[in-house]
Structure formats: C-alpha cells, structure tokens
Write a protein that binds this ligand. Structure first.
Ligand code: PNS
Length: 161
C-alpha cells in the first residue's frame, strides 16, 4: 500500500490544503494529513481543534486519515510506514524553503521521497495566515475556507459570520 503523509500546521485548513489533499488521495492508496504538535508558531486553533476541523472537511474522502505528530517528520513517517511526503507549491517563493526541507529529509532518511504538487492557480495566494488576517478584519473568507472553518474562525475571533 502506498501511504503518503501531507504534513503542516493547518491553522486552520484552507481550500488550498484541501486541493492538495484531495488530489493526493487520487494518486496514493492512503493520505495521512499530519498536524505538527510542537510548532514554533503561536497557533490560533489548538491541535485538537485543527484535527477536528480537518476530520470534518475530509469526511467524504475515504482514504484520507487525520493525525498529529511531534518531533521529526521522518520519524513519524517511519511509524506509519509512509515513504512519500506530499507538499504543495504555491509560488516560486515556496520553492527555496521546500527544497531545503526536502533535502534535509532525504539526508535524514534516503527512503523518503518528497512529492511536490503545484497548487491550483486559483489558490496560489492562499495561506492560513492570510485567511486569519482577512477574518480578523471582517473580510470575506467564504471563497478561502469551507463553511465550518469560516464559522470556527469567527467563533474564535468573537465575530458574527
Ligand atoms: O504548514 P507548515 O507550518 O508550513 O508546515 C511545516 C511542517 C510541519 C511541514 C514542518 O515544519 C515539519 O515537517 N516539521 C517537523 C520537524 C521536521 O521534521 N523538520 C524537518 C527536518 S529539520
């Protein structure tokens, strides 16, 4: 079985993430969406809240699993017997960082292959940070995140959707 891991902060999940996850799920037998626990960033949503949102928005994808991890990604992947790492590339600006990550992950475990997918053009500007920023100032985010994520964001930020 070809198992791929799609790691990230997912704070919160956006249509850009879902584009990559759903396309990845057509290629691999199983895709594990893995939320990083010990992020250096200070998150808006707790890991449990992020897992809950991810589980709900991927409920219709039978071969997608949602999980969390801490420590090194390659160690987590070993425990899941996953050899492929899925990453979305939005623009050239993502390239340098992702190239470095792919290189270090390969150095740490040469069995791991990073599989890059170009994000749909429609979402090339999209990031969780941008969504939070727009929501914070009451901008419209319905094209950026699923409705239940939109509600969760407004609840969190104490605004009316
Ligand atoms: O959504 P993000 O915040 O860009 O995701 C970054 C993530 C989780 C993919 C990356 O930080 C990661 O893999 N962290 C785990 C630690 C690790 O294995 N780092 C790479 C080797 S130093």
């Amino acid at each position: 079985m070809r198992i791929a891991v799609c790691p990230g902060s997912f704070d919160p999940v956006t249509y850009g993430h879902l584009d990559i996850v759903s396309r990845g799920a057509k290629i691999f037998d199983k895709v594990i969406v893995a939320v990083l626990y010990n992020s250096k960033k200070s998150p808006l949503f707790s890991v449990e809240e992020r897992l809950d949102l991810l589980r709900q928005v991927t409920a219709e994808m039978p071969n997608v699993e949602v999980d969390s991890f801490s420590g090194l990604l390659i160690d987590y992947m070993r425990t899941k017997q996953a050899k492929v790492l899925i990453k979305g590339l939005r623009a050239v600006s993502d390239f340098e960082y992702e190239m470095q990550m792919a290189a270090i992950n390969r150095k740490l475990d040469e069995e791991i292959e990073t599989f890059f997918m170009m994000t749909n053009n429609q979402y090339s500007y999209l990031s969780s940070s941008i969504v939070k920023e727009v929501a914070r100032y009451n901008g419209r985010i319905s094209d950026l995140v699923p409705p239940l994520v939109e509600r969760a964001l407004y609840d969190k930020l104490g605004r009316q959707a």
